[in-house]
Design a protein around this ligand. Sequence first.
Ligand SMILES: [Zn+2]
Length: 253
Amino acid sequence: MPSQLISPAVVVRVQNYGEADLIVALLTADRGRLDVLARSARSSRKRFAGVLRPFCQLQVLVDLKRHGSLATLTGAELERDLLGTDVEYGALCLASYLCELAAHVSQPEHADPQLLRWLTACVPWCAGRTVAEDLPPLKLASEAALLRVLGLLPDLLICGRCSGDVQPVGHWDPDGHGLLCPHCSPTQREATPYLVLAQLQASVMALDRASALLIPATGRSLVEDRMQRLLRQAVPQAGRAERALRSHMLGLD
Ligand SMILES: [Zn+2]
C-alpha cells in the first residue's frame, strides 16, 4: 500500500523509542490523533529535517500499514511552525500545556477538525512577546475555547434558570455548572462580573489573542477556577506541562 499524504498534521507529543526511533503523536483533522513511528529519526537528524518537534504543523507521508500497532512515518515537511523561535519561558509552558491537552482529549481514528482548529489558533498566541500578565487571560481563554470544542462550556451570558441576562454579575449555580442571574441565584456568593464573562465569551467565539487579552483581571479568579474544574471532567489529572505552567505562574504572583 502506498504511503498516504496527510495535511495538516500538528506534532503534539514526541517520545523516544528504542535506540534511534521516535514515536510522534500528530493531531490531524480527519484521523484525530495519529501516533506514528519515525524510524531512525534520532540517529539521523537529516532524515526528517528536524521538523518532528512539538508545535510544528506538517505535511506528512504515512504508511498506515501497521507494524505492531503503529503507522510508520515515511516523510515530513514543515508547513508552519506554530510557535517559532524566541519564545518566553512562560509562553512555552502554556503552548506545551495546550499540546498536552490536545494529545489527551484527541482520539485515534476520530475526526475532530474543531480540535485541530482550536490548537492551531491558540498555540500561536504564545509566540513572540508575552509578558507575565498575558499568561492568565491567554490560559483562561484557550481553556474555555477547548471546553466549547468538547461541548462542556456552559452559556456564560444567559441565566440557566430564567434565560435572562446574567447582568451585572453571573452567579455560579451551586447545583450545576452554569450561571444564574442575581434574581435566580439562591445565594449571592460566587459571582463573576458580566464584563469578565462577556469578554471571555467573545474571545472564545473569535479565537483571537487580542480579544483574550481584553479579559479584565478583576473578578477573573472565580471563572478561572470553574474552567479548571470543568476541564478536569475531560482531563482528570494534570499532566507534566500543566504542572510546569502552574508552578511558573505561581512564581510570578
Ligand atoms: Zn435568572
